[in-house]
Each structure stands twice: as C-alpha cells, then as structure tokens.
Design a protein. Structure first.
Ligand code: ADP
Length: 463
C-alpha cells in the first residue's frame, strides 16, 4: 500500500514537473515568435512610412477637405456662443466629428494594407487613431482637445519614421504621428496599428511544438498508467500466491494429519487384533493418500504447464457417450451427493478431445457445483451441438458468484472474496485448470451467475 502510494505521488510530481517544463518551453517559444513578428511589422511600418512621404497628402486628402468644410461653419458659429456650458458641448461635438471623419475617411490603412501585402506580410491589422491635439484657428486659437503627451506643435509634426510600440506592447505599433493643418484648424494625431492576426500566427508557428508537447505528455501518462497497472497486477498476484500457499498448506495438512493419526492408530494393540478396524484404517490411509497425490499432481501439472506448451492426446469421440460416462462415474464417486439431470442434443456429434483432460474439466465444474452449495445441490447439465461447436452448460443452485469476482474466477489461485472463504476448501486452481483445458481444445469457458441463486458455466469446444 505504501509502495503504491509512493509510486503514485512520485508519478504525480514527475507529471507536474513535466507540465511546468513544457509550459516554460512553450512560453519561451511564444515570446520569441511574438518578438519576431513585432520587429518584422515595426520595420515594415517604418518602410511604409518612408515610402509614404511622397504621397502623404493623398491619404488624408478627403479628411482635409471635409474638415475644412466643417470648420468653416464652426468658426462662424463660435462667436455666437456666450455660455460656457454651450461652448463645452460644442467642443465635444467638434472633437467627435473630427474623430469620426479621421477614422472613416483616411486612406492610410488601405495604403499600409497594400504595402504589407506587397511585402508578403499579413495585412489583417486594425488601425487605431488617437487625436492628441485639436485647435480651431480663427482670430484666436481655441483648443478643443490637448493630450498631456502632446509636446507642442513643432516636435510632434510630420514624419519621424517612428514605428514605436505602444507602452511596451508588442501588439500595437505606433506607425507615425501626423499633423494636418487646415484653413481653420490644426490637428495632431497618432496612427497605430493593432496586430490582430498575431495570436493565430503564433499558434500556427508553434503548432508543431504544441503537438509534440501534448504528444509527449500523453506518452508519459500512458507509460505511468501502464507501470502503475503492472504494479497493481504484481501486487494482486503476490496476494493470490500468499493465499494459495495458505490454502495449500491447509489442504495438504488435512490428509497428512489423517494419515498420521491412522498410522498411530495402527500401532495400538487393541486395533491390531481387530482385523476389520485394520482394514478400515488402511482404507482411510489409502483414500487420503490418493487425495494427497491428486493435490500434488495438480500442483505439479500446473507448474509444468507454465513452462511448456500444453500437449493434448486427442481422439475423436462421441461426445454424448463421453458425457454420460463422466456424469455417471461422478454420481457414483460422490455417493449421489447431488440431484443431477442431463439433457443432450448432440445429434451424434463427434469431437476431437483429450479424454483425460476433458474428464477433469467436467469433474471440476461438477464438484464445484456440489461444493459451493448451501442446500441440497441440484445440477442441470445441458449439451447441444450446432454447426461448429459443442456446448455444455452446467447450471447449479449454489451460492453464486458476485459480479466483481466473475471476471477473476478463472485466474490462477483466485478464490472468490465473498462469503466465508474458509468454509469451502480449495486452492483456486480448479477453474484455472478448466479454462486451460477448454482453450487448449480451441474452445472457451464462461460463467454467468447470480449470488444466492446459482451459477451457469458454459463450455464450448469446436468439433
Ligand atoms: P477452489 O474451488 O479451489 O477455490 P476454483 O478455481 O475451482 O478454486 O474456483 C475459484 C473460485 O470460484 C472459488 O473459490 C469459488 O469462490 C468460485 N466458484 C467456482 N465454482 C463455483 C460455483 N459453482 N458456485 C459458486 N462459486 C464458485
């Protein structure tokens, strides 16, 4: 349990470290590509700035015209305004108008877009225009808006080949600061571009790294789960082995103890003079020796199967005849321990089977049906032959097997966990043996059971 938890915790820690490492690597890659894209678009913007020099007025021609036209009427209206509040409202209105015209009518975005495209770059940026100074010029200068960053008319004029980023951002590039001087106004504004495509471009550039990261994480998780499962399986087998050794000790000790007691009995003078008692004791010794022998043979045989391929000595036999023989001798052998009914429709089918192993298989199923029963055992044996298989179904009215145990009953050394396990003696090898024999014949065995109601074991063998 402790080992399992340690492995689990170490696995989780290793997994967390790996995820953190991957995140760091990806973030590093992300930053690098981000920086690269930023530098590329900054220098493209700069180039665009330079090439714009000649045609600068063109991109703001419409803006200039519309604003001149508008301000002409503004300067006529302004002297009529005496109220401060009204003046503030007017200023706001003027500012709004300027912003709208500037954003809607400028051709710079179009120019940049074409420039970028001609340079083989992406052109899905979004322009951002920020007015930093707006003055209406009449007899007096009326400041409509002035941003604190505005550094005076001279310094913020014309082309400076800027292409700076906005407050250290790598997504927004300041292409240039512009000044438009109209008949009745001076307008200073900054033109930025937002690189909206950047995120998807970075994703695309890094898709291989992302893929590799996810792939390596999946591989590590799979390896971890596989190792953990193996560890669990090892633990389960080791538990089964311990149980087996305990059971085997118990199973072997019982006949051995009987033989020892019988030996001691024979030493008694009172017994030695009584012939019938000697005979009874000899019979008991014989019976227990056979039982002991059977147990040892079973264990030896199973360990031999583990090492070599299972070899069958197959013969073609009439399956109904064989079943009748096996069931009859089982009935006699156990002294009519159960009410056994048989129903066969084999239609004279003949199958290739190893008689000795096949008998063991049926005997194991029948003796389990008797053993795992708390009332008078009623066992039903049905046999059918279809085109390809013979199928034998053994139904009992025993204690049944819970669902979680059903998957494991054919495992080596497995004994069901439910009920009082010590009440029913066994080594957990009988059904393992049954499965081995059935599969060695090219067939299979399955179980269907309801706890408290009984079990159905079905053996199929091709013929
Ligand atoms: P063993 O009988 O020696 O324990 P088996 O391999 O024959 O080993 O059976 C494995 C387990 O399956 C048993 O411990 C028992 O719990 C369960 N089992 C087998 N046959 C039956 C049956 N007919 N009815 C109920 N439980 C059964």
């Amino acid at each position: 349990m402790q080992k399992r938890n340690t492995v689990l915790i170490l696995g989780i820690i290793a997994f967390a470290i790996m995820i953190i490492a991957q995140v760091i690597i990806i973030r590093g890659g992300w930053k690098q590509v981000d920086e690269m894209l930023y530098l590329r678009y900054r220098s493209l913007s700069q180039e665009a700035n330079t090439s714009l020099r000649g045609s600068r007025s063109m991109v703001f021609d419409t803006v200039n015209y519309l604003l001149d036209y508008y301000t002409e009427s503004v300067v006529r209206e302004l002297p009529k305004i005496s109220d401060d509040k009204e003046l503030e409202n007017k200023k706001e209105e003027i500012f709004e108008y300027f912003s709208t015209v500037l954003n809607k009518e400028q051709d710079l975005s179009q120019y940049l877009s074409e420039y970028f495209e001609n340079q083989g770059a992406e052109n899905e940026f979004s322009p951002r225009i920020i007015v930093i100074n707006l003055e209406i010029l009449d007899a007096d200068t009326l400041v409509i808006y002035r941003d604190p960053s505005f550094r005076g008319r001279r310094s913020s004029s014309d082309f400076e080949g800027l292409a700076h980023s906005l407050k250290g951002s790598t997504s927004t590039i300041l292409v240039n600061r512009f000044r438009i001087i109209g008949n009745y106004f001076t307008l200073n504004f900054n033109y930025y571009i937002d690189l909206t495509f950047k995120r998807s471009t970075i994703f695309r550039e890094l898709s291989a790294s992302f893929g590799m990261s996810i792939f390596s994480i999946i591989i590590v998780v799979m390896i971890f789960l596989y190792t953990y499962r193996n560890l669990m399986e090892e633990k389960r087998l080791s538990n089964l082995k311990t149980d087996f050794i305990n059971n085997m000790t118990h199973e072997l000790k019982t006949p051995l103890a009987t033989i020892t007691v019988a030996g001691k009995t024979l030493e008694m003078e009172r017994i030695r003079t009584d012939e019938s008692k000697i005979l009874d004791t000899a019979k008991l010794i014989g019976k227990q020796s056979i039982h002991l022998n059977q147990l040892i043979n079973m264990i030896l045989e199973i360990s031999m199967w583990e090492r070599t391929e299972f070899e069958l000595d197959k013969k073609k036999v009439d399956i109904e005849e064989i079943m009748n023989d096996i069931v009859t001798s089982f009935r006699t052998g156990c002294g009519d321990c159960a009410s056994l009914t048989e129903k066969y429709t084999f239609n004279g089918a003949k199958a290739d089977i190893d008689l000795v192993y096949f008998t063991t298989l049926i005997n194991n199923l029948l003796s389990n049906a008797v053993k795992y029963s708390e009332k008078e055992p009623v066992i039903n044996i049905e046999g059918v032959a279809d085109n390809n298989n013979i199928s034998i179904k053994i139904t009992d009215n025993g204690i049944g097997i819970i669902r979680s145990d059903q998957k494991h009953v054919f495992d080596k050394f497995y004994r069901a966990t439910s009920g009082n396990i010590h009440k029913y003696k066994g080594l957990g090898l009988g059904l393992y043996y049954v499965k081995k024999i059935a599969t060695a014949h090219g067939g299979d065995v399955t179980v269907n059971s309801k706890p408290g109601k009984g079990s159905i074991f079905t053996v199929t063998i091709p013929y």
